[in-house]
Design a protein around this ligand. Structure first.
Ligand SMILES: [Zn+2]
Length: 209
């Protein structure tokens, strides 16, 4: 099965993509990982990408598409794949449709109040790097690490203002893509506000597995 996962920060996209990969036995292809792999192996594309990123520039669409195409041509992807982090724009989606067909685009949805609660509740221990969540995985003593008693901190990325901004950026940049896939009859909305097991059940229903 050829799948794409879309979803805002905090929706649990990585977890669901991994569980779906285990269910279907198809590779989970994340463009972030593809970039790192190509750079660390020093492939011709990796060398170009590295230079661009070192200059602080965005990797052009053609290069991302070339890298994805190369990955999809590998034998383990011949029966299907799960794409994560790509496409991000309509031109990328158009290029992808020239390379391969798709079965479903799974759009994980969750009200922003719940996403804000999930993301702003995360804490970490600067001493041992353990992570906590004030609602879902609280430490035994409020605000202190279970292992070493260090005061827990919030990452800058998880502050209320940063989270609101991340969600806004996501919605603005992804909405056109969501409409595009809807128009092409591939979009399946999945309610991702429930607990992970429930969300995965909904995904299985869509996939008929
Ligand atoms: Zn600690």
């Amino acid at each position: 099965m050829r799948l794409i996962f879309l979803g805002p920060p905090g929706v649990g996209k990585g977890t669901m993509a991994t569980r779906t990969k285990d269910l279907l036995g198809t590779p989970h292809i994340s463009t972030g990982e593809l970039f790192r792999e190509n750079v660390s192996k020093g492939t011709p594309l990796g060398i170009k990408v590295k230079t661009i990123m070192e200059r602080g520039n965005l990797v052009p669409d053609e290069m991302t598409v070339a890298m994805v195409k190369e990955r999809l041509d590998k034998p383990d992807a011949s029966d299907g794949f799960i794409l994560d982090g790509f496409p991000r724009t309509i031109p990328q989606a158009e290029s992808l449709s020239d390379i391969t067909g798709l079965d479903f685009v799974l759009n994980l949805q969750c009200p922003s109040e719940e996403l804000i609660k999930r993301l702003t509740g995360r804490r970490f221990c600067p001493t041992c790097n353990r992570t906590y969540h004030i609602h879902y995985m609280p430490p035994k003593t409020e605000g202190r690490c279970d292992a070493d008693g260090t005061e827990l901190l919030t990452r800058d990325d998880d502050s209320l203002e940063a989270v609101k901004n991340r969600l806004e950026v996501y919605t603005k940049s992804t909405e056109p893509l969501v409409h595009w896939y809807q128009k092409h009859g591939l979009l399946q909305n999945v309610d991702a506000s429930a607990a992970p097991d429930g969300v995965f059940e909904s995904i299985r229903k869509v996939l008929n597995r």
